[in-house]
Structures are given as structure tokens and as C-alpha cells.
Design a protein around this ligand. Structure first.
Ligand SMILES: Nc1ncnc2c1ncn2[C@@H]1O[C@H](COP(=O)(O)OP(=O)(O)OP(=O)(O)O)[C@@H](O)[C@H]1O
Ligand SMILES: [Mg+2]
Length: 344
């Protein structure tokens, strides 16, 4: 047996791990340190496949029109970062996730097809699968997933585990309180002896997406245009805070509002990941003012230093929000925000 191999029924196998999230699907081999691929949890859908047949790229899941990836209606699907990045006429962005659970099974299946063919490059029947699920996943969805994995993908073994339990085990504990802040929600999950105490889950709809929305508002209030890279044909070097000098790309295809919004969100997320930081100490304006500013350049060439500014969102406010909610109240619980903590 080679290093890292697992024996299953006498054969050496590579078990696969799928971590399903609202932002992305992480997939890789068990025992490796990091996922092999991180695939956005959205799919680009062009409804009339006939019109776009000539603009396929190797990243498309349906390279050949005769594969089973093209549905009877002729829809075309564009999966993964590169394929989603390209401006295409009529491509709508759709997510297969809702409230942390899989909602659109057709789209999810397309992403799994892509994962096996382009990322894993091996038959699904050779690899047992460990998949994570939201702690509040429901029985009907679990049954549907099992059916899909066994009947379509013929996986030899399948294990569905709540992501909070995996997080606890990964930290060497079978019991603990797991605090998970993702894209669409933040939750506190009590885990006891490897089981989630479902009735005591508290969750709030405040997550990374909310923070992205706050950043977008902040940029708009400061009259900073968020121009996604696909619109920029050329730009000139300018000085700090000078109005940007850029030209619009010519012959752009007629893109959809959903894809444009997705491209804008990517720019804001990059800004968010480059500039924002969570204060390591309780909020204190004087010490925060001493932090060095971060310089950021937008795709249209506009750039400036971003110094200290408190955003109305913070780890503290989420903790407070979670603490205020009754366990089991779901994401409809009241949201209260503090105005301190996160600094731009
Ligand atoms: N360096 C960073 N700085 C700030 N935010 C970040 C950074 N990296 C990722 N994020 C944010 O984290 C979120 C993604 O987190 P995560 O991958 O845990 O979500 P997920 O598990 O896919 O979604 P969910 O748990 O909501 O179903 C996104 O909103 C993203 O913008
Ligand atoms: Mg998550």
C-alpha cells in the first residue's frame, strides 16, 4: 500500500471529499492537505444552445453537443471560474444552493459531471465519497442526494456528514460548539459526541455576502465606480484619487443583468479580501487610527488609500445576533447590528 492510500474491500482506493457551500464547492482526495478544486456554487446558463454553439471553450462542461450535458431544451451550462469569467450573450447566473442546502438538482448534477470529468478525471464508481451537508439539511434532500450518488454516479460508498461535525473532528474534538461564518449565514452549532444537537442550532443570515453588500454600498456612497474587468478595454496610469481614464471594450456581447451583477460582486469581493480586516482587539478608535492604510486599485485604474473606517458589521454583532436568537428559530430571526468593529 502506497503512502496515503486507503484499503477498501482489499483494494487501494482514493476516497473523495466534497464540501458543499453557498460560495463554492470544494473537492479533493481524502488525506490531502488542500482541495483539488474550488468550484463556484453558481452556473452560467445560456438558454438557447444553438446560438452559442460556436463560442465553446475547453472549460465548458458540454464541449460536444452530443454529450448528455446538453439538455433536451438545448441549454448550455458554463461551470468553474474561467468559463464564468467570459462575457457571453444571454448567460444568466444561477445558484443551485439555497439557505446552505442544495436546491436545484439539475444544476448540481451538471457541476458534479464537470467535477468528475475535469477535476478528478476518473470514474465516479472507483471512489467512495464523503460529502458535507448543512446541519439543518432536511431528510428529503438527503434522500435525493443518496439516490443521485448511488444511482447516477454508482459510487461504491457514500457518507454524508454535517459540516460542523467534520470541523469539530478536524480540531480533534467530538464535542464542542462550532461557530461557522460562511457566505450566506453564520451559525453556532453544538456538537455532542459527534452528533449535532439540531434543536439547539442558532443561525443568522449575516455572512460574507452581507459584508460584500456593505462594501458595495460604501464604495457607491464614496462615488467610486465599480467597473468589472470585462468592460475595460484600456486604461491610463493616473495619480491617487484622480478620476479614472479608461475606455470601454468594444463589441461586447449583450450580457444579462445577473452576470453583470456577478462580475461586480467579484470586484467587490476582491476589494473586501484585500482591504478589510477584523480588529484583533476590542474596538478602540485611537489604536485603530494607527493602523497603516491599504492601497487598492480597481479594474478601471482608479486607486486610493483606504484608511480606518468602521463598517456597520462585525464579528461582535454577529455573535450578539446569534446570542439574541432562540435556538431553532431559523434564519428568520430578528437581525440587530452593532456599528462597530470592522474597519476599512
Ligand atoms: N480573505 C477574505 N476576507 C474576507 N472575506 C472572505 C475572505 N475569503 C473568503 N471570504 C468570504 O467568505 C465567504 C465564503 O466562505 P465559505 O467558503 O466558508 O462559504 P460557504 O461554506 O461556501 O458558504 P455557506 O457556509 O454560506 O453555505 C464569502 O462570502 C467570501 O467573500
Ligand atoms: Mg459553509
Amino acid at each position: 500500500m502506497s503512502a496515503g492510500g486507503i484499503l477498501y474491500g482489499g483494494d487501494e482506493i482514493g476516497a473523495l471529499v466534497f464540501d458543499v457551500g453557498s460560495q463554492s464547492l470544494r473537492v479533493g482526495y481524502a488525506q490531502e492537505d488542500s482541495p483539488k478544486a474550488e468550484i463556484p456554487a453558481v452556473v452560467g446558463v445560456v438558454e438557447d444552445g444553438g446560438q452559442t454553439a460556436s463560442i465553446d471553450t475547453p472549460m465548458d462542461v458540454d464541449v460536444k453537443p452530443d454529450t448528455n450535458n446538453v439538455t433536451a431544451s438545448g441549454n448550455k451550462y458554463f461551470i468553474d471560474t474561467n468559463a464564468l469569467y467570459v462575457a457571453r450573450k444571454g448567460m444568466e447566473i444561477q445558484s443551485y444552493m439555497k439557505e446552505g442546502m442544495i436546491e436545484d438538482w439539475d444544476l448540481f448534477e451538471k457541476v458534479l459531471d464537470y467535477t468528475y470529468s475535469k477535476c478528478i478525471e476518473s470514474g465516479s464508481e472507483y471512489h467512495p465519497v464523503l460529502m458535507s451537508e448543512a446541519p439543518w439539511n432536511i431528510r428529503s434532500k438527503r434522500e435525493k442526494l443518496l439516490e443521485l450518488m448511488f444511482e447516477k454516479y454508482n459510487v461504491p460508498a457514500f457518507f454524508l456528514v454535517k459540516n460542523a461535525v467534520l470541523a469539530a473532528f478536524a480540531n480533534g474534538r467530538a464535542t464542542g460548539l462550532v461557530f461557522d461564518s460562511g457566505a450566506t449565514h453564520t451559525s453556532a452549532i453544538p456538537v455532542h459526541d459527534g452528533y449535532v444537537l439540531t434543536h439547539a442550532i442558532a443561525k443568522s443570515p449575516l455572512g460574507g455576502d452581507y459584508l460584500t453588500m456593505q462594501c458595495k454600498q460604501f464604495l457607491q456612497e464614496n462615488n467610486i465606480d465599480i467597473i468589472p474587468p470585462y468592460m475595460v478595454g484600456g486604461k491610463e496610469a493616473i495619480k491617487d484619487k484622480e478620476p479614472p481614464k479608461w475606455t470601454r471594450k468594444k463589441n461586447l456581447p449583450e450580457v444579462t443583468q445577473s452576470w453583470h451583477n456577478y462580475s461586480v460582486k467579484k470586484v467587490v469581493q476582491d476589494f473586501q479580501q484585500s482591504v478589510l480586516q477584523v480588529s484583533e482587539t476590542p474596538f478602540d478608535e485611537k489604536s485603530i487610527l494607527n493602523l497603516p492604510p491599504s492601497h487598492y486599485e480597481f479594474p478601471n485604474g482608479y486607486h486610493q488609500d483606504f484608511g480606518c473606517r468602521a463598517l456597520p458589521y462585525s464579528r461582535g454583532s454577529v455573535v450578539q445576533n446569534i446570542a439574541n436568537m432562540q435556538p431553532g428559530s431559523g434564519i428568520s430571526g430578528a437581525v440587530t447590528l452593532s456599528t462597530r468593529g470592522q474597519h476599512v
